[in-house]
Design a protein around this ligand. Structure first.
Ligand code: ADP
Ligand code: MG
Length: 697
């Protein structure tokens, strides 16, 4: 099908489909629920279920599922077919309102961090009518929320929706202070740029590390890596073009606004950027994008790697979370605007965001923490683990001037009164240059760049929405009581910029100097996930989330436990995969090669005892000493794994053991293995090399 507008959204029960299939009163009532959050009445739901079923069956669906996003960070589905006995040995295709609205699942195999008490192992799924249902693999997928018997959230979407409500409510309060009475809702928007690697399936399937861990645990660097910078935006190979073309079509069918596809910095690395949409939709769409990438790759004999660091020494993959706030009247609140009033409003939102980022560095860092992402952050290729805010030179001059009590108009300095003087306009050029900042203002949105490629975007957006809501709320508390609004506003903005200036950094985030300077500024530098997790459950953070009804205490504590458990499990699997590969494949290979060398020496000597065999001897000797060292590191790693506390209820202690003992042992073992790889007959080496993986397509 070449008609893209016709193809777009064909697999989505979207507004068009609803309007054409639902009776007018049902459609109007449903829109009311979607837009204003009014309760969904039974008669409406009954009609929607019937229309949805007919639509799905016409499109070839045979099954339906409640589609949800449990705390493992993936999506979950359990398919039921539409069939129901008709009583006469035949069947009808059936789908009731009950099946649309609520599901029950034995959720005991999803992580709950202890939230599901033993007396109630079931989890419940409930339809989220604000998201469109869609068809994937002949299955009608109904976006749902997932929670426990107690009502506690067991998924990523429930708190996300709560945080959207919080930021909308608080932004609205602030907007009304500026007289924007026509605005009834504020919608956080996100465009999530997704990086990924593609490797040939024939190479992938010969590497246990890729199969079990999604990343290479061994691998000597190839002679050529990314140093020539010839891959970024380079011409796309035809096999990749075919993949991207099919990916686009699959995404378009699902109503996903896939827009830009290009090669990334590393060889075999690519990126897809969609056009932004509201966060709820963007979160589902990013999950579907990742899933579709994997499926489409498979059809092209490729494997899509979404791990944050599939290859050492080569850039890893992240995700850029472009975030803004938009009104239901269509205004972008992070657009500085042209009129003095818009400028003042913009500065208030900017102040709230800068203060939020400074006060909650811990939560932002935590929201992107995973064992995989630990390899990227601060490794001189992705933003550092230190959270800071880039606002660009023009805006920094404005902020500096405000702090000094002046306004900067580019030429002369005049006393500042916000709301009177216009801001300079910010061209994208001056705001988008710094790629090393974790949190960058890019003209009319902030780009949070620390996310790992495989993560759900829900977590960072829950944090962003909540911390910004909190600051806006505190600002409104002050401004609502002000006798002189303009003077109070001026002082509030000035005070906020003055007190939180330290979080603004426009320099090179990859540099050593920044690490030292950030320390002087008192900014946090949390290097690993294990170090980040304790910040989750500080009383301050528990209060913050509770205040905005995003998480209750139990929900936070359970999430911290899950993060710790996941971190430990990931590293455990990697360590065990490494030891298996070492014992079963690498050592036998080296022994075989050594044996060949030894027999070559014997044969030569038999032929002529005077031949010295200097090279063979030297290689053999070097190899033997490397092998001894390898074996020593291997047993050290095995010991480190064995010494991790077992049957221990203190998950933090377990995570620390993996971080402090197991990870360094893995790194030592790898160093020797990579040297062995460079010293062995390449026809014997058991694995496809970095060269094969990175340049083999
Ligand atoms: P680039 O960074 O490649 O120059 P853009 O800055 O135009 O491209 O956009 C990057 C991403 O930011 C895209 O996904 C885009 O849709 C998204 N984006 C643009 N405006 C907004 C906004 N107001 N809110 C959220 N995301 C946005
Ligand atoms: Mg970007």
């Amino acid at each position: 099908m070449s008609n893209i507008p016709e193809l777009f959204g064909t697999m989505v029960f979207n507004d068009d489909a609803m309007r054409s299939r639902l009776p007018a009163d049902v459609y109007a009532a449903l829109r009311c629920t979607i837009e204003q959050g009014s309760d969904l009445e039974q008669w409406v739901a009954v009609a929607v279920a019937a229309a949805m079923k007919d639509w799905a069956i016409e499109k070839g669906a045979t099954h339906y599922t409640h589609w949800f996003q449990p705390l493992n960070g993936f999506t979950a589905e359990k398919h039921d077919s539409f069939i129901a006995p008709a009583g006469d040995g035949r069947i009808i295709m059936d789908f009731s309102v009950k099946e649309l609205i609520k599901g029950e699942s034995d959720a005991s195999s999803f992580p709950s961090g202890g939230l599901r008490a033993t007396f109630e192992a079931r989890g419940y799924t409930a339809w989220d009518p604000t998201r469109f249902a869609f068809i994937k693999d002949s299955t009608l997928c109904i976006p749902t929320l997932f929670f426990a018997y107690s009502g506690d959230a067991l998924d990523k979407k429930t708190p996300l929706l709560r945080s959207i409500e919080a930021v909308s409510r608080e932004a609205l309060r602030a907007l009304h202070l500026f007289g924007n009475e026509d605005v009834h809702k504020v919608i956080p928007t996100v465009g999530a740029e997704q990086e990924y690697f593609l490797v040939d399936k024939k190479y992938y399937s010969r590497r246990r590390d890729l199969i079990y861990c999604g990343r290479t645990l061994f691998g000597a660097p190839p002679p050529k890596g990314q140093q020539m910078d010839d891959h970024y935006y380079g011409a796309i190979k035809s096999r990749i073009t075919a993949f991207m073309a099919e990916l686009d079509r699959e995404l378009w069918k699902l109503g996903i606004l896939a827009k830009t596809e290009h090669n990334e910095a590393a060889p075999a690395q690519h990126e897809l950027a969609p056009i932004y949409t509201n966060i709820n939709t963007a979160t589902d769409h990013n999950q579907l994008t990742m899933e579709t990438m994997k499926k489409v790759a498979d059809r092209h004999g490729l494997v899509c790697l979404l791990h944050e660091k599939p290859f050492a020494g080569v850039n890893g993959s992240g995700k850029h979370n472009n975030w803004s706030l938009s009104t239901d009247t269509g205004l972008n609140l992070l657009d500085p605007g042209k009129s003095p009033q818009e400028n003042a409003q913009f500065l208030l939102f900017l102040a709230a965001i800068i203060k939020a980022v400074d006060k909650h560095q811990d939560l932002l860092r935590l929201s992107v923490a995973s064992a995989g992402n630990d390899h990227r952050l601060g490794a001189g290729e992705a933003p550092p683990a230190i959270i800071s805010c880039f606002i660009g030179d023009d805006l920094e001059k404005v902020v500096d001037a405000i702090v000094r009590g002046e306004i900067f108009d580019g030429v002369k300095k005049v006393p500042m009164e916000i709301g009177v003087h216009g801001l300079p306009s910010f061209s994208k050029d001056t705001t988008d240059r710094n790629r090393t900042s974790p949190f960058a203002f890019t003209g009319n949105k902030f780009e949070f760049r620390s996310l790992g490629a495989s993560a759900s975007i829900a977590d960072p957006n829950i944090v962003l929405n909540t911390i910004v809501a909190d600051e806006l709320s505190a600002f409104s508390d002050i401004l609502e009581k002000a006798d002189n609004f303009s003077a109070t506003l001026n002082e509030l903005i000035r005070k906020t910029f003055r007190e939180h200036n330290r979080i603004i950094f426009n320099g090179d985030g990859y540099s050593e100097q920044w690490i030292a300077e950030a320390r002087l500024r008192g900014l946090l530098n949390i290097r690993t996930t294990a170090d980040a997790i304790p910040y989750y459950s500080t009383e301050e953070n528990i209060d913050l989330f509770a205040r905005h009804h995003v998480f209750n205490r139990e929900e936070i504590l359970s999430r911290a436990e899950i993060l710790l458990e996941t971190y430990a499990k990931v590293i455990h699997i990697e360590a065990v995969t490494m030891t298996e590969m070492a014992r079963q494949e690498i050592i036998p290979t080296i022994v075989r090669y050594a044996d060949r060398l030894a027999s070559a020496i014997c044969h030569k000597r038999q032929a002529n005892p005077n031949i010295p065999c200097r090279t063979e001897n030297a290689v053999l000797e070097h190899l033997s000493s490397l092998l001894d060292s390898f074996y020593e590191k291997l047993t050290a790693l095995e010991l480190a794994v064995a010494n991790v506390p077992k049957d221990c209820y203190d998950n933090q202690r377990v995570a620390n053991a993996y971080k402090d003992k197991v990870v360094p042992a893995m790194q030592s073992l790898r160093r020797v293995a990579d040297e062995l790889e460079s010293n062995v007959d390449s026809s014997l080496w058991p694995y496809p090399t970095y060269g094969d993986l990175l340049f083999g397509i």
